[in-house]
Design a protein around this ligand. Structure first.
Ligand code: SAH
Length: 692
């Protein structure tokens, strides 16, 4: 089947109609899937194998046949473990067709076709009976349906259904139980992902402080989970206010209820501070005794045991609806509420009066009322709260603005127009291209302007740049055009070059001596060795003795689909790497001129200066606000002896994984990686090729 999908090109802004077969989605899903990461998760695999072995043995000891139901079999791994452990028969259910097909091949290749039946269905469609998918109900239930939040992938309704219709009463379950843990913390860094802090601006006539409106202050934010690699959060960036506590458990061997519910625990503040964040993770006991335990606890909780790196399960950051000051020794109640797919938290003082208790009931999942959480995602809040970044913009704006400046800002949800006004521009207006069709942030801006007495000072023009008319600008020419640039439609760093296209579209409105800020941008590249991230794209081969190369081949095919290998976005502050080459500027984009008709290409080579494995190239953009002020959305610092990198904590960088890894030694004549890049100004895409 072929469908036409309309989408705005993130870089050029133009509408494109793409003809997409269903293959396209499959390949995307497989290429970017977490299957490889799961198969590399040794700790998980070993513990599942032990748990499955123990469950099969318990059933056999009772003199029963071991009939296994494996919901979400993926590669068939857990069913093959069960068959090897002596199970009599396994029903392996997989809803995703390409995976179910792969599972059939993998099961066959490993010689288990007579013991494992792969069923390509959602588990709730599976039938039991003489003519059904399953001959009888199973007495062992094996699944791995968990996400970082435990229940986000629908584990609860799936278990609820399975217990009602697919397994016997008193069945064995692997895992046997899951437990969710929480810890209360104060963290300016993480809290800055939820709310806007006052922004300090040094203006000619003294310091101005931009404050968020009260609606924003009291907004509970969004229900979507914030999952991160908490092990990359330095201990200096948060302070723990409570011990780690068990929040709730789910016993998977008994009927499971998915209906919404709340759990409540008592905490004691171990330190005085501002309670802002609940950090949370879970563990699973593979057997009833709890001897086989697989835990997502972060480094400060289990400092002695070696941490298993994984990306398919991380840790959660929950934002309390309001920050609460707590005193050491104070008794607190923490409430977790959940629906079928998500969890949210609230904190109450044990001695709260009735009013406060009432105000703090949190049975409803958080819904953003202030609209800011629809406009800005969490990293964007963090970026806007980054005072040193703001100072760079203030410094450069001060250089270019004059009292008669007519200023136009093109960026999504940007504070630059307010900064420009404070710094004395005569007229300030802004265009927020990506948000126009999606949602009208007008009310938010009105509230924002009102809170800062800025009504009528800044005009929001609700059209796309190419539709801008002289009347929108009161027939004046723009003398200063600014952008961060930031657009919500950007996925890869260079998508923000949309600013250049927008600048080109508004050319006729620009004064002949217009100043454009940033004046230019550059694309930078560096070859790196990842500490762990390489696993997500690396073939697995043999997993716990089972040959899963069919899966590796399938991922490879999907990555090579249409032979267009692409870079992918990753927030590298979460994924440590060391540089093997010097950072190199590879392309520059001159915003003082319009986008040229011809392509921008470059080729060259980078020397590998350090010993290590070249897993790939990292690419990022730097914006040159003025001749001497630049901001980087990628590399912030490089410690030269070891090659450790510090990345911009608010942005995703582009990673291009090499299809084969080369190991370099320190050489007197260092190895070089050749590269070729081509920025197609028509499509806005950057094609790249590397030769090792
Ligand atoms: N069991 C494998 C794969 C786990 S990934 C392993 O441990 O390596 C989870 C898989 O479950 C995915 O392939 C997903 O498509 C599938 N899945 C999730 N919910 C399902 C359901 N209710 N019925 C059938 N398949 C499901």
């Amino acid at each position: 089947m072929k469908t036409f999908c309309g989408r705005a090109n993130p870089t050029t802004g133009s509408m494109e109609w793409l003809e997409e077969g269903e293959d396209y989605d499959y390949h995307q899903e497989i290429a970017r899937s977490r299957y490889a990461d799961m198969l590399h998760d040794k700790d998980r695999n070993v513990k599942y194998y032990q748990g499955i072995h123990a469950a099969v043995s318990r059933v056999k000891e009772r003199g029963e046949k071991a009939i296994v139901l494996d919901i979400g079999t993926g590669t068939g791994l857990l069913s093959m473990m069960a068959a090897s452990a002596g199970a009599d028969f396994c029903y392996a259910i997989e809803v995703f067709k390409p995976m179910a097909n792969a599972a059939v091949k993998i099961v066959e290749k490993n010689g288990f076709s007579d013991k494992i039946k792969v069923i390509n269905k959602h588990s709730t469609e599976v039938t039991v009976g003489p003519d059904g998918d399953m001959q009888c109900r199973a007495n062992i239930l094996v699944t791995e349906l968990f996400d970082t939040e435990l229940i986000g992938e629908g584990a609860l309704p799936t278990y609820e259904h399975a217990h009602k219709y697919l397994v016997q009463e008193g069945c064995e379950a692997v895992p046997h139980r899951a437990t969710v843990y929480v810890q209360l913390v104060e963290s300016r860094r993480m809290w800055s992902w939820k709310k806007l802090f006052p922004v300090h601006v040094e203006a000619e006539d003294g310091e101005k402080i931009l404050v968020p409106p009260s609606e924003m202050e009291n907004c509970p934010g969004l229900p979507s989970v914030c999952d991160i690699q908490l092990n990359q959060m330095p201990s200096g960036d948060f302070s723990t206010l409570s011990d780690v506590v068990k929040m709730f458990s789910v016993d998977f061997s008994k009927p499971v209820q998915s209906a919404s519910t709340c759990y409540r625990v008592q905490l004691e503040a171990v330190k005085s501070g501002k309670a802002q964040i609940v950090l949370s993770w879970w563990d699973i006991d593979m057997d009833p005794s709890g001897m086989i335990n697989c835990s997502m606890a972060p480094y400060w909780v289990k400092p002695t045991s070696a941490l298993q790196w994984r990306d398919h399960w991380m840790q959660c950051v929950y934002f309390l609806p309001r920050e609460k000051p707590v005193l050491q020794g104070e008794k607190l109640h923490l409430t977790a509420c959940r629906d079928e797919y998500s969890v949210w938290y609230n904190l109450q003082k044990a001695r709260a009066d009735e009013e406060e208790q009432k105000a703090d009931v949190c049975v409803q999942s958080p819904v953003c009322r202030c609209r800011a959480h629809l406009l800005w995602n969490r990293p964007r809040f963090g970026e806007l709260n980054d005072q040193s970044r703001t100072r760079q913009y203030v410094k450069s704006l001060r250089k270019v603005l004059k009292t008669d400046s007519i200023c136009l800002c093109i960026s999504d949800g940007s504070l630059l127009p307010v900064l420009a006004h404070y710094l004395g521009a005569k007229q300030v207006q802004c265009v927020q291209p990506s948000r126009i069709d999606l949602f009208h942030p007008h009310e938010l801006w009105q509230a924002f302007f009102k809170a800062n007495n800025l009504e009528d000072k800044i005009k929001i023009i609700e059209v796309r740049p190419e539709l801008l008319k002289p009347s929108h600008l009161e027939d004046k020419k723009i003398s200063v055009l600014v952008g961060e640039p930031f657009f919500t439609t950007s996925l890869l760093p260079w998508h923000n070059l949309y600013f250049w296209y927008a600048r080109t579209a508004v050319s006729s409105h620009l004064a002949s001596n217009v100043t454009v800020l940033p004046q230019s941008a550059s694309l930078h590249m560096m070859i790196v060795e990842f500490q762990d991230l390489w696993r997500i794209r690396s073939p697995c081969g043999i997993c716990e003795g089972f040959d899963v190369r069919t899966m590796d081949d399938m991922i490879k095919d999907s990555l090579n689909f249409r032979e267009s290998k692409e870079a992918e976005p990753h927030p590298l502050w979460e994924y440590p790497c060391k540089s093997l080459s010097e950072p190199q500027e590879v392309l520059t984009f001159d915003f003082t001129k319009t986008v040229p008709d011809h392509c921008l290409s470059t080729e060259g080579s980078v020397k590998l200066l350090r010993k290590g494995k070249s897993h790939g190239a990292v690419l990022w953009m730097e914006y040159h606000l003025t001749a001497d002020i630049s901001v980087s959305t990628g590399l912030m610092k490089l410690s030269n002896e070891k090659g450790n990198c510090e990345w911009n904590p608010h942005c995703k960088q582009a990673v291009y994984f090499f299809s084969s890894v080369i190991e370099s030694e320190i050489l007197s004549d260092p190895t070089a990686v050749e590269y070729a890049m081509n920025f197609d100004t028509k499509t806005g895409e950057i094609a790249m090729d590397f030769k090792l």
